[in-house]
Ligand binder design. Structure first.
Ligand code: SF4
Length: 156
């Protein structure tokens, strides 16, 4: 979903969004049925925790400054390819609830997108908003509470 504004190699070389610490473990992606099936095939034995009608990868909460990899991360990147979670294809954009309204916001964690012209980022957000809104309607557990470090881009 980022291909319109970022080349694939930039993402493939980074993997920042596939490694978590105690402050951002909440960003572990929601896993829908398609991704669940793909993950079980690619990473047999991977554990899931139910979340509404979907799942999340079950990982230990890292203590202190420790890091934990997403169970789907391999030395060659994500094992799930095109079946990776919707939230992973969307990140650093994220659906959040702001003042009781679902919005599309930008994480401060992605340096590559932060370096793009703000107007191009905002235009991309408006272009993908209908697709995100449709996914959120089907997978409401994808919505997270508002976080002040995120930048509002558009309503959903
Ligand atoms: S599912 Fe794939 S893209 Fe998403 S956090 Fe895990 S390794 Fe990264």
């Amino acid at each position: 979903m980022l291909e319109a504004i970022l080349d694939k190699k930039t993402c493939a070389d980074c993997r920042f969004c596939c490694v978590f610490d105690a402050t951002d473990i909440w960003e572990m992606p929601l896993v829908d049925a398609t991704t669940h099936e793909a993950a079980l095939a690619a990473r047999p034995g991977v554990a899931f925790a139910p979340d509404g009608d979907d799942w999340r990868f079950a990982v230990p909460i890292p203590a202190g400054g420790a890091l934990v990899n997403c169970p789907a991360l391999t030395p060659h990147g994500c094992a799930l390819g095109p079946d990776r979670p919707f939230e992973c294809r969307l990140w650093p954009f994220r659906a959040l609830m702001r003042e009781e309204r679902p919005v599309l916001a930008l994480s401060p964690g992605c340096r590559a997108v932060a370096a793009l012209p703000p107007g191009a980022v905002a235009a991309h957000a408006r272009a993908i908003a209908p697709q995100v809104a449709a996914y959120v309607a089907a997978h409401p557990r994808m919505l997270h509470p508002w976080r002040d470090e995120y930048r509002w881009l558009c309503d959903l």
